[in-house]
Design a protein around this ligand. Structure first.
Ligand code: FES
Length: 339
């Protein structure tokens, strides 16, 4: 490697001082000190602090370093201000101003660092045999590593400021991402608006009496006051004129032969609304899951992984259907899945 003015000292053969990066053979890439000669007893010097290649362009590097530090600090303040403004719900204009200050401070600092404090060259590589010898390759690696370490090590403070700015920007940039996830659902997905004593009503709010459906009839119903609720929508089926027990422990859940199941398919959430009286099955039209109405709505065909949750019913003194409680399981598909 040769500098244009002919002062090529990157690979020179004089002895190394303490400011020089020297290496070849096993000493390559050590970054400091002197290495043993690799072959022929000749010691190679790859870089030194006096090397013209490593001199910054600034006439007063110390002063430029302070300017860059101030610029990076301004950038950090800008990013921190952006985070605070976002946190406080400030206007887009205010957040944009802080973002501009942060980007300008960081950008100016980085550009000035590269322009004024990094080695400037020019560097000219003369034409030579394309394939280098092993020794030349080792020398090149050592020179590249050594110079990089020296240049970066000289600017440790600026490097820390730059890292701090990048870290703050990364944290602030994560705010909108986290906020876009919305509030935590808490227990809201585990329950519906059915409660103990909720009156069973149609979608237009009409209370359902125990005498309203013939055997084989089906109706979509909701808890009173929550008509149209997607989570609470329920299929009400009258399968007989007398109570039916679908599972042990559910002896009192089906007064006068009424069964009530969640209308949300446990596969992917489609409405399960097709009732086949002869086979006593409910069909989900999306992927053809079949649920056995008389057996606790367990799936007997299709991809649905678990039964439709059942709503315990009762009849009040006025003959209206009411819920004994919420569904026996969380409704719908997804993380609610359980055995
Ligand atoms: S959503 Fe019901 S079977 Fe797929």
């Amino acid at each position: 490697m040769t500098q244009a003015n002919g002062e090529d000292k990157a690979l020179s053969s004089h002895g190394a001082s303490s400011d020089e990066v020297v290496g070849a053979g096993s000493g390559a890439g050590s970054g400091s000190g002197s290495g043993a000669p690799s072959d022929g007893g000749e010691e190679l010097v790859f870089a030194s602090l006096d090397d013209p290649h490593l001199q910054p362009a600034a006439r007063n590097p110390q002063r430029m370093e302070k300017v860059i530090a101030v610029s990076l600090v301004i950038g950090i303040i800008g990013f921190a201000g952006l985070g605070a403004a976002y946190w406080q719900g400030a206007t887009e204009g205010v957040m944009g101003l802080f973002l501009a200050v942060g980007l300008f401070g960081m950008g100016f600092g980085l550009a000035a660092w590269g322009k004024y404090l990094m080695p400037q060259g020019p560097f000219v590589e003369e034409r030579h045999d394309l394939a280098g010898t092993r020794r030349e390759q080792e020398a090149f690696e050592a020179a590249a590593l050594g110079r990089g370490q020296m240049v970066i090590a000289r600017r440790g403070f600026l490097g820390k400021l730059l890292g701090a700015g990048a870290a703050i920007f990364a944290i602030v940039a994560a705010f909108p991402l986290l906020r876009s996830l919305g509030p935590l659902p808490g227990k809201s997905l585990d329950r519906t608006s059915w409660r103990k004593g909720s009156r069973v009503v149609t979608v237009d709010g009409r209370p359902v009496k125990a005498t309203d459906l013939e055997v084989g009839g089906i109706l979509t119903v909701f808890p009173e006051g929550h008509e149209g609720s997607a989570m609470a929508q329920t299929v009400l089926i009258r399968v007989a004129s007398a109570p039916v027990v679908t599972m042990p422990g559910r002896e009192t859940w089906s007064p006068d032969g009424y069964l009530a199941y969640s209308k949300i398919c446990t596969h992917a959430g489609c409405p399960v609304g097709l009732y086949e009286e002869q086979s006593q099955q409910l069909l989900c039209p999306c992927h053809q899951s079949l649920f056995d109405v008389l057996d606790g709505a367990v799936p007997v065909f299709g991809p649905a992984p678990r039964p439709l949750p059942q709503l315990p019913l009762m009849v009040d003194s006025a003959g209206y259907l009411r819920a004994q409680s919420d569904f026996n399981q969380p409704v719908g598909p997804g993380f609610w899945e359980r055995s």
